[in-house]
Design a binder for this molecule. Structure first.
Ligand code: ADP
Ligand code: MG
Length: 739
C-alpha cells in the first residue's frame, strides 16, 4: 500500500505556509494537459502547429496564428504535469494516475475527468486501444492495477463492484442494463450522498471480467445512437468502481482497521462530452429542448468550477445538472481528483485549445478534502459477511439436528433387529415405528438438501469476495514487481523535478534577486531595467489576457442572450396557446396542483389536499328540489352559476357566422319566347290534358299524389280507372310507369 496517502499536491505545498486550520488535509484538483500528435489529415493539409509543450517545466505555450509572429503572441500556462505528442499511455498512468488509484485502494474517493474538444484524445486517454497492450488507456490499466493489488495483498478481503452509465441530454442511461430505453433518476441520502436509483452494479472478480463488463457497456452505448460520433461527443460516459475492503478477522491488519472495520474506495472514470461550442441545429420546435439540455452538464461543470475558485461565491450550483450532482464529491468535496485536459496541436483548433487551457487553468484552484471512507452503513461486504456467518450458524445447527435424527434412526433400526422374536406380539407398535422411520428418512433428506443449499449459498457469497493469494493470485514475478516499483520511483522523481523547475521560474520572475549587491551603479541600472522589462512584459500579457477573457465573456453573454430570446419566443407561443385554448378554470385547477420536483427535474401533480376531500359530503334532500342536492350545488345555485345535471352543463353557442362574401344567384336574362316554352314545360301535371284510351296498365299501384296535386285529390284515392298519363312525345318525357 502507498505510504503517502495524503500527499499534498504542488499547489498545496506552495501555499502550505498560508494554511489555516481549516485547510488541513485539503488537496487541490490535479490538472494535467495532454496534446495529441497531428493526425494524418492535418499533416497532409499542411496545418501549422501552434502548441508547444514542455514536460520538464510543466508548461504549455500557445501561439495565436492570426497575430503577427514578430509580436509577442504567445500565451503560457503552467500545470501539475503536461504531456506532449510523444508521451505514452504508460507515462500518464505511472506519473499521474497510479497514486490516485492506490489511494482508492486505501479507501479514498477518486475521480478522473477527461476534458477537451472532440477529437483531441479523451477516449484515447481513458480507454485507449483495445488490442494494443502498450496503448491501453487509463481505465484498463486501473483494472489491472486494482486486481494486481488485491492479488498481492495479505489477510485482506475485498469486494469489487462496477457500474457504467451515460448522461445524454440530461437523461441517465444504465449501460449495463438489458433495457436501454429505461431512464434513471438521481436520489440523495444523507449518509451516502447522491446516487443513481436502481443502477446495476456487477460484482467483478478479475481484470478480465471487469473489462468484459466495460465492453458490454460500450456496445450498449452505440445502440440507439443514429450518429455515433455525434452521440459520443455530446454524452458523458462514467465508469464507476467501488472497492470495499476489510481485514480478515485472524490477521494483524484486523486491529489496525479498527476491529475489522470496512473501508470503501470509489473510483469515477469520466469521459466527458466534447467541450466545443455546440452548433445550433434543430428546428424551432426542438430549440427549447435542445437549448435546455444539450450542454447543460458541461456548462454547469464550468459554473461549479468558477464558483469553487471564486472565493466570494457562497452558492455552488451543483444541482444545475445531472453530471455535477452525481460528481459533486469530486469537485470541492471528499475526493482526490485529476482532470486531464486534452488539446490538439493544429492552428485551426487555436480558439478551442485556448478555451480548454483556460478552463483547466481555473480548475487547478479547486480545493478538495479527501478522507478515507470508514464503516459506511450500506457496505455490501458487511452484508455478505453477516449473511455468511448467519448461514454458517444455521449450517452448524442443521448439522446437530441431522446427527440427532440419524442416531434416532439407527436406534430404531437396532430395536427392529433385537425384537424380532417379539414380532407377533408387537405388530401394532412395529407399524408405527415403520411410519415414523419413513418420516424421519424424509426429514433427513429434506434437511440434507437444505444443508446443501446453504453450502452452495455460502460458497457463492464467498466467491464474490476476494482474498489475496487465495481466490485471486497475482502471477507476475518478482522481477516484474521490482520493475513496477522502479517505474513508480522514476515517475515520482520526475514529478519533483517539474515542481522544482516551476518554483525556480516563479522565484526568478519575482523579487528574490533584489537583495543582490551591485559593483557599479550602471550594473544595478542594467539589472533593474532588465527586471522592469520582464515585469512590464508580464503586465502586458496579463492585460491582454484580461481583454481576451472579457471578449470571450461578452461573446458567451451574447450567445446566452440570443438563446434566451429564442426561449422567450417559444414561451410566448405556449402562453398564447394556454390563454386562448385552455379554459381559465382548468388552468387555475392545474396551476394550484402542480409543483416542481427537483429530483425528477419536472413539474408533477400534487396529491389533492385532505381538506378538499372533506368537502365531498353526502347530499341531503331538499323539499321541492328535483333530487337531493349537495352543499356545493346549493352554493353554486345561490350564486347563480350552478347546474344540477350533466345535461345542463352544455354550452349553447351561437354560431359566429363569417361575413357573406357571395351574392344571390341571378339567372341570365331569357328571351320571352324561351321563357314561354319553359313555363309551358314546367306547368303542373294536373293541368295537362292527356289521351290514355289505348294504354295498358301494369300492376296496379296506389298512386301517391304529388305535393302539388294533393289539394285536388283529397278524400278520393284514385283507383284503377284512372288512366296513366301519356306524355306528348314531342316533349321527350316518358312516364315512369311505362318502363
Ligand atoms: P475524443 O474522445 O476526444 O473525441 P479520440 O480519443 O476519439 O478523441 O481521439 C481521436 C483520434 O485521435 C483517435 O483516432 C485517436 O486514436 C487519436 N489520438 C488521440 N490522442 C492520441 C495520442 N496521444 N496518440 C495517438 N493518437 C491519438
Ligand atoms: Mg470520445
Amino acid at each position: 500500500m502507498e505510504k503517502d496517502n495524503i500527499k499534498l499536491s504542488k499547489s498545496n505545498r506552495k501555499s502550505a505556509k498560508a494554511m489555516t486550520n481549516s485547510d488541513v488535509g485539503t488537496q487541490c484538483v490535479q490538472v494535467v494537459v495532454r496534446c495529441r500528435p497531428m493526425d494524418v489529415k492535418e499533416t497532409s493539409r499542411g496545418c501549422s502547429r501552434v502548441v508547444d509543450v514542455s514536460p520538464a517545466r510543466g508548461v504549455v505555450e500557445i501561439r495565436n496564428p492570426r497575430e503577427d509572429p514578430s509580436k509577442d503572441n504567445v500565451k503560457t500556462f503552467t500545470f501539475d504535469a503536461v504531456y506532449d505528442w510523444h508521451s505514452s499511455q504508460q507515462d500518464i498512468y505511472e506519473e499521474t494516475v497510479r497514486p490516485l488509484v492506490s489511494s482508492v485502494l486505501d479507501g479514498f474517493n477518486g475521480t478522473i475527468f477527461a476534458y477537451g474538444q472532440t477529437g483531441t484524445g479523451k477516449t484515447y486517454t481513458m480507454e485507449g486501444s483495445k488490442n494494443d497492450l502498450e496503448r491501453r488507456g487509463i481505465i484498463p490499466r486501473s483494472f489491472e492495477h486494482i486486481f494486481n493489488h488485491i492479488g498481492r495483498s495479505e489477510n485482506m478481503q475485498y469486494l469489487v463492484r462496477a457500474s457504467y452509465l451515460e448522461i445524454y441530454q440530461e437523461e441517465i442511461r444504465d449501460l449495463l442494463h438489458a433495457d436501454q430505453s429505461l431512464r434513471f433518476e438521481l436520489k440523495e441520502k444523507p449518509e451516502s450522498g447522491v446516487f443513481v436509483k436502481d443502477l446495476s452494479t456487477v460484482v467483478c472478480k478479475s481484470a478480465q471480467e471487469i473489462q468484459q463488463l466495460m465492453n458490454k457497456g460500450n456496445l450498449n452505448r452505440t445502440i440507439g445512437a443514429t450518429n455515433m460520433n455525434e452521440h459520443s461527443s455530446r454524452s458523458h460516459a462514467i465508469f464507476l468502481i467501488t472497492i470495499e475492503m476489510s481485514a480478515l478477522p485472524n490477521s494483524d491488519n484486523f486491529g489496525s482497521q479498527r476491529g475489522g472495520g470496512i473501508r470503501v474506495g470509489r473510483l469515477n472514470l469520466v469521459d466527458l462530452a466534447g467541450s466545443e461550442r455546440q452548433s445550433k441545429t434543430g428546428s424551432c420546435g426542438d430549440r427549447l429542448k435542445e437549448a435546455s439540455k444539450i450542454n447543460l452538464s458541461l456548462s454547469a461543470l464550468g459554473n461549479v468550477i468558477s464558483a469553487l475558485v471564486d472565493g466570494k461565491t457562497t452558492h455552488v450550483p451543483y444541482r444545475d445538472s445531472k453530471l455535477t450532482r452525481l460528481l459533486q464529491d469530486s469537485l470541492g468535496g471528499n475526493s482526490k481528483t485529476i482532470m486531464v485536459a486534452n488539446i490538439g496541436p493544429a492552428s485551426y483548433n487555436y480558439d478551442e485549445t485556448l478555451t480548454t487551457l483556460r478552463y483547466a487553468n481555473r480548475a487547478k484552484n479547486i480545493k478538495n478534502k479527501p478522507r478515507i471512507n470508514e464503516d459506511p452503513k450500506d457496505a455490501l461486504l458487511r452484508q455478505y459477511q453477516e449473511e455468511i456467518s448467519r448461514l454458517k450458524e444455521k449450517l452448524a445447527h442443521k448439522g446437530t439436528i441431522i446427527k440427532k435424527k440419524k442416531k434416532k434412526k439407527k436406534k430404531e433400526d437396532g430395536d427392529d433387529d433385537g425384537d424380532e422374536s417379539e414380532l407377533d406380539d408387537s405388530k401394532e407398535d412395529n407399524k408405527v415405528s415403520e411410519a415414523e422411520k419413513k418420516m424421519i428418512m424424509e426429514q433427513l433428506k429434506a434437511e440434507k438438501e437444505e444443508t446443501e443449499n446453504l453450502v452452495t449459498r455460502i460458497k457463492e457469497l464467498e466467491s464474490k469476495m476476494l482474498c489475496g493469494g487465495k481466490n485471486i493470485v497475482d502471477h507476475t514475478n518478482e522481477q516484474q514487481r521490482a520493475l513496477e516499483q522502479r517505474a513508480a520511483e522514476i515517475a515520482e522523481r520526475k514529478k519533483r523535478e517539474v515542481e522544482m523547475q516551476q518554483k525556480l521560474e516563479d522565484e526568478e520572475s519575482t523579487f528574490l534577486g533584489m537583495r543582490e549587491t551591485y559593483t557599479t551603479l550602471q550594473q544595478e541600472v542594467d539589472v533593474k531595467s532588465k527586471k522592469l522589462r520582464k515585469c512590464f512584459a508580464k503586465l502586458q500579457a496579463l492585460k491582454q489576457e484580461l481583454e481576451d477573457i472579457n471578449g470571450e465573456y461578452n461573446r458567451d453573454r451574447r450567445e446566452l442572450e440570443e438563446t434566451q430570446h429564442d426561449l422567450m419566443k417559444e414561451l410566448k407561443l405556449k402562453y398564447l396557446i394556454i390563454d386562448n385554448f385552455i379554459p381559465v378554470e382548468e388552468k387555475h385547477k392545474i396551476m394550484s396542483r402542480v409543483k416542481f420536483d427537483e429530483d425528477e427535474d419536472a413539474w408533477v401533480l400534487k396529491e389533492p389536499s385532505p381538506s378538499s376531500i372533506d368537502l365531498i359530503k353526502r347530499p341531503v334532500s331538499v323539499p321541492g328540489a328535483r333530487r337531493p342536492i349537495s352543499e356545493y350545488a346549493k352554493i353554486a345555485l345561490a350564486m347563480g352559476r350552478g347546474y344540477r345535471y350533466a345535461g345542463e352543463n352544455i354550452l349553447n353557442l351561437e354560431l359566429d357566422m363569417p361575413a357573406r362574401t357571395t351574392l344571390d344567384y341571378q339567372g341570365p336574362a331569357i328571351a320571352p319566347t324561351i321563357a314561354a316554352v319553359l313555363e309551358e314545360a314546367l306547368r303542373d301535371e294536373g293541368d295537362i290534358d292527356v289521351d290514355a284510351s289505348n294504354v295498358r296498365l301494369r300492376t296496379p299501384k296506389p298512386r301517391i299524389p304529388s305535393a302539388r296535386a294533393r289539394p285536388r285529390s283529397v278524400g278520393k284515392i284514385p283507383q284503377m280507372q284512372i288512366p296513366a298519363p301519356v306524355y306528348p312525345k314531342t316533349r321527350g318525357l316518358v312516364s315512369k310507369y311505362m318502363k
